[in-house]
Design a protein around this ligand. Structure first.
Ligand code: ADP
Ligand code: MG
Length: 383
C-alpha cells in the first residue's frame, strides 16, 4: 500500500475502529481546450491528472452515511433516506449526493462509512468536486456489487452535483475523472457522449503540462456561470438551432443584429472554441504537440474578450508563461480565477514559474502556485 493509500486507510481505522473494505480514488483534471462548450452540446479535450481524491470505504447495513474528510470539517452523519436536493449542507452534499443518485439509478445504498483524503486543491479549477464524486461513486458501486459502466457512473456523479449540491455544471469533469487514461487526453462529444483517447506524449515531445494556480478562488462564479448558460440558450433560440453546437460562424455573424451584444460574442466564443477543439485533436492525432500554441492562445483570447470569464490574474499568468517560453497557455475550467495551464519545454519549467511569480508580485497579487502535472488514469480501486 503506498503512503497516501495507507494514510487514508489508517484514518478510517482511527475513526471507525475497523479496517475499510477498500480504498478508491479518482483524479482531478485540466481541460486542454474546449471551455464553456460542454453545456452547448459541444466538444471538449480534458485530461485526468496525477492529483487524486482517495476514499476509504466500509459497508454499513443501517442506512446511515458517516462522512469524514482529512481536508474539510465538519464530519457528517446522516440517513441515506434523508438525502435529496437542498437537504445536505457543505462538502457532505457531494458524497451524500452520489449515494442519492445511485439510489435513483436503482442501486439502493445500504449505508457506508467514508473517509476522504484529497490532493486536488479545492476551488482551483482542477475539479476536486468531480474527483470527490467519482471516487465516492466507484467506492459505493463496488461496495454494493453494482455493475454500472463508467459513463453511467459519471452521469450519476454529475447528477449529484447538479441536483443535490445545486451546481449546474456540464458532464465533462465527471467523464474525464471516470474515463481518463495515463498519457492521453479524452476527446469527448458532450452531445453523443462518444469518446476517443487521444495520445498526449508529452515526454516524447520534451514538454511538460504546467498548472498555474492563481490562488484566486472562482469569484462570482455562480451568477456569472448561470448568466453565460442563459446567454447561450438565448443565442441558440435566436439562431433556431437546438444548441450552439449546431451553429456555424457564418450563421452567428449573419445574425449579429438579432443576437446583439454581448449575445454575438458569447455565441462566437462557443462556435470558434468547438472548431479549436477539433483542430487540436487533429494536431494530437498527428503527434504535433508543439503546434498547439496558437490554438491555446486563441482560446484564451476568446474566453477573455468574447466570453469574458477570465481574470486579471489568469491573463497575467498566461502572458508571463508565454513570455518565458511556454509553447502556449490558457485559462482552464470555468474561469473568474482558478488555474491556467501552459505547455512548457522541459527545461523552461523553472523560468516559467519564476516569471509568473514575478509578474504576480509586480501586480500585487498573492503568490501563484506553479506545478507540473501528468496525464493520468481515471477512477480506480487502490486497495
Ligand atoms: P473545484 O471543483 O474546481 O475544485 P468546486 O467549488 O466545484 O471547485 O468544488 C470544491 C468543493 O468540493 C469544496 O468546497 C468541497 O466542498 C469539495 N471538496 C473537494 N475536495 C474535497 C476534500 N478533499 N474533502 C472534502 N471536500 C472536498
Ligand atoms: Mg467543481
Amino acid at each position: 500500500m503506498s503512503g497516501r493509500t495507507a494514510r487514508v486507510a489508517g484514518a478510517f481505522r482511527e475513526r471507525t475502529g475497523r479496517d475499510p473494505d477498500g480504498v478508491w480514488a479518482a483524479p482531478g483534471r485540466v481541460n486542454l481546450i474546449g471551455e464553456h462548450t460542454d453545456y452547448n452540446d459541444g466538444f471538449v479535450l480534458p485530461a485526468a491528472i496525477d492529483r487524486l481524491v482517495r476514499v476509504a470505504a466500509g459497508r454499513r447495513r443501517d442506512g446511515r452515511l458517516r462522512l469524514w474528510s482529512l481536508q474539510t470539517e465538519p464530519p457528517a452523519d446522516l440517513a441515506v433516506a434523508e438525502v435529496g436536493p437542498g437537504r445536505v449542507e457543505g462538502w457532505a452534499a457531494y458524497p451524500a449526493g452520489v449515494a442519492w443518485a445511485l439510489g435513483r439509478a436503482g442501486v439502493e445504498v445500504a449505508g457506508a462509512d467514508l473517509v476522504v483524503d484529497g490532493d486536488v486543491p479545492a476551488g482551483s479549477g482542477l475539479s476536486s468536486s468531480a474527483a470527490l464524486e467519482c471516487a465516492t461513486a466507484t467506492a459505493l458501486a463496488d461496495l454494493h456489487g453494482a455493475e454500472l459502466d463508467r459513463p453511467t457512473l459519471a452521469a450519476l456523479a454529475r447528477r449529484a452535483e447538479n441536483e443535490v449540491v445545486g451546481v449546474p455544471s456540464g458532464v465533462m469533469d465527471q467523464m474525464v475523472s471516470m474515463l481518463g487514461r495515463a498519457g492521453h487526453a479524452l476527446f469527448l462529444d458532450t452531445r453523443s457522449l462518444e469518446t476517443e483517447q487521444v495520445p498526449l506524449p508529452l515526454e516524447e515531445a520534451s514538454l511538460r503540462l504546467v498548472v498555474l494556480d492563481t490562488r484566486a478562488g472562482h469569484r462570482l462564479v455562480d451568477g456569472a456561470y448561470a448568466d453565460r448558460r442563459a446567454a447561450c440558450e438565448a443565442a441558440a433560440a435566436t439562431l433556431g438551432v437546438p444548441a450552439l453546437r449546431d451553429a456555424t460562424l457564418e450563421q452567428v455573424e449573419g445574425a449579429a443584429g438579432a443576437l446583439g451584444d454581448p449575445g454575438l460574442r458569447r455565441a462566437r466564443h462557443v462556435v470558434t472554441e468547438n472548431a479549436r477543439v477539433l483542430a487540436a485533436v487533429e494536431l494530437l492525432r498527428a503527434g504535433d504537440l508543439d503546434r498547439l500554441g496558437p490554438l491555446l492562445a486563441a482560446s484564451h483570447a476568446s474566453l477573455r474578450d468574447d466570453y469574458e470569464v477570465s481574470s486579471d490574474e489568469l491573463d497575467t499568468a498566461v502572458e508571463a508563461a508565454v513570455a518565458a517560453g511556454a509553447v502556449g497557455a490558457r485559462m482552464t475550467g470555468a474561469g473568474f480565477g482558478g488555474s491556467a495551464i501552459a505547455l512548457v519545454p522541459t527545461g523552461l519549467v523553472g523560468p516559467v514559474a519564476d516569471r509568473v511569480a514575478d509578474a504576480f508580485a509586480a501586480a500585487g497579487f498573492a503568490a501563484p502556485e506553479v506545478t507540473a502535472v501528468i496525464p493520468a488514469d481515471g477512477a480506480h480501486r487502490l486497495a
